[in-house]
Ligand binder design. Structure first.
Ligand code: DAK
Length: 262
């Protein structure tokens, strides 16, 4: 659609496809992209002709390579908090959308990219997809819900390993740990996503919404909003550390960070 700069939204056969499209930054999420995603989710929420949503990334290299580090590098604590709130709001809106959402993960899904996929209901991964929560390497922690949703989906064991080590997880392991629902050849990813979406779209919208709500609200008895608040406070606090500045500057300057533990 003409009014989006960083994403596209296409609707066909009762399926909306939202594609994050910022190839120069491997589809990283900057504030404008978050705003556009929020707007696109509102549109598909209101469109009774849409029964299922697919979220993917443009190109064959990245789904979403994370929150945009260049946009975050100069943020102070208030800026970090605002950015985190915007990301939380988008992920929560997607998660609460009363329509099934399929993530078609076509490449790197790092940081905010894994978090975007985690806010979807079903994750289909291409065989060259790579997941990860590498924020620790930047002196921060996941800030778009990763600490909460990864632990809920894959268990605290996996969440701690991935978030504390910052190690990436390839598609086959993502399947093994229950992060991805299926892995398909890269060339077949969108066809498989559309096939699954078409199947879901053939069912009743009311039942689809009820099933999604029952699962999510049941799991949420442990109060994800409380957990998200803990994450938000911890994340924002890191924006006043030297290590956070160093971690992000080092990435942009393409060198190893020299952390001082403060
Ligand atoms: N942000 C900005 N630019 C990025 C980017 C990112 N996350 N990832 C890649 N790019 C840019 C690169 O800087 C490069 O730009 P140019 O140098 O060409 O101008 C271009 O995309 C191509 O990337 P590479 O040259 O690095 O490509 P490679 O194939 O060599 O490597 C890679 C691909 C995905 C392995 C590498 O780009 C990479 O490691 N990217 C960073 C991945 C990462 O660390 N992601 C996590 C970001 S942190 C919070 C809110 C959010 C979050 C936390 C808190 N609050 C405010 C509460 C979440 C944080 C994150 O997601």
């Amino acid at each position: 659609m003409a009014d989006f700069q960083n994403i596209t939204l296409e609707v066909a056969d009762r399926i909306a496809t939202i594609t994050v499209d910022r190839p120069k930054a491997l589809n990283a999420l900057n504030p404008d992209t978050l705003r556009e995603l929020s707007d696109a989710i509102d549109r598909v929420a209101k469109d009774d002709g849409v029964k299922v949503v697919i979220v993917t990334g443009a190109g064959d290299k990245a789904f979403v390579a994370g929150a945009d580090i260049a946009a975050m590098v100069d943020m102070d604590e208030a800026g970090g908090r605002g950015f985190g709130e915007a990301g939380h709001a988008v992920m929560r809106k997607l998660e609460r959308l009363p329509k099934p959402v399929i993530a078609a993960v076509n490449g790197f899904a790092l940081g905010g990219g894994t978090e975007l996929a985690l806010a979807c209901d079903i994750i289909l991964a291409s065989d060259h997809a790579v997941f990860g929560q590498p924020e620790i390497k930047l002196g921060i922690i996941p800030g778009f819900g990763g600490t909460q949703r990864l632990a809920r989906k894959c268990g605290a064991n996996v969440a701690k390993e991935m978030i504390l080590s910052g190690n990436n997880v390839k598609a086959d392991r993502a399947l093994q740990i229950g992060l991805a629902n299926a892995v398909v050849p890269a060339a077949d990813l969108m066809d498989e996503a559309l096939k699954l979406a078409g199947k879901l779209a053939s069912y009743g919208a009311v039942a689809l919404a009820a099933a999604k709500r029952a699962i999510d609200e049941g799991l949420d008895k442990a109060k994800i909003d409380d957990g998200l608040q803990v994450e938000q406070d911890a994340f924002a606090g890191l924006f006043s550390t030297e290590d956070r500045t160093e971690g992000m500057k080092a990435f942009i300057e393409k060198r190893k960070p020299d952390f001082k533990d403060r």
